[in-house]
Design a protein around this ligand. Sequence first.
Ligand SMILES: Nc1nc2c([nH]c(=O)n2[C@@H]2O[C@H](COP(=O)(O)OP(=O)(O)OP(=O)(O)O)[C@@H](O)[C@H]2O)c(=O)[nH]1
Length: 148
Amino acid sequence: MSETDRVPVDVAVGVLIERDASGREGRFLLTSRPVGKVYAGYWEFPGGKLEQGETVEEALRRELHEELGITIGAVHDWKIELMDYPHARVRLHFCKVFEWSGEFQMREQQAMAWQQLPVQVVPVLPGTIPVLEWFAAERAFAGATHAG
Ligand SMILES: Nc1nc2c([nH]c(=O)n2[C@@H]2O[C@H](COP(=O)(O)OP(=O)(O)OP(=O)(O)O)[C@@H](O)[C@H]2O)c(=O)[nH]1
C-alpha cells in the first residue's frame, strides 16, 4: 500500500438525536451498513465520504437524503476522530442533528434503530464505539455502552 492510500478520507457522520420538551437528549439513530460494503451489517451512525469541493455540512445533507430520504435542519459540529482501518484511514466528522423532516426510507436496504445506552444492536462498527463513550460521559451513564 502506498503512502497516498493512508491519507485520511473525510467522512461526514450524522448523530440524529431526539430531544424532549426541556431539550434533554434522548434516543439516537443507528443504521446498519448495507450489504456489499466493507463491514456490511455493522451498526453505525449514517453518513458518508465528502465529495470533491464539499463541506462536511453539505456532504451530510446529501448523504442523509440519499440514504434515508430525510432533509436535515441545523448541523452542529461535535467531534472529529481519526480511525485507521486495514482498508482505509478516515477522518470522521461527527455532527449532532436535532431536526429533520420527511419519512425515513431505507434507500440502501439498510436497517435503522433508535437506541439508548447501552446499545442493543450488534455488532457495532469500531468507529462508532467512541461516540457511545462520549454519550456516556455527557449523560453520566456508567457501565458497558454496548452489548457483546
Ligand atoms: N457512515 C459512517 N462511517 C463510519 C462510521 N465510523 C466509521 O469508522 N466509518 C467509516 O467511514 C467510512 C465511510 O464510508 P462509507 O462507505 O459509509 O461512505 P460512502 O457511502 O460515501 O461510501 P462509498 O460510496 O464509497 O461506498 C467507512 O470506511 C466506514 O467504515 C460511522 O459511524 N458512520
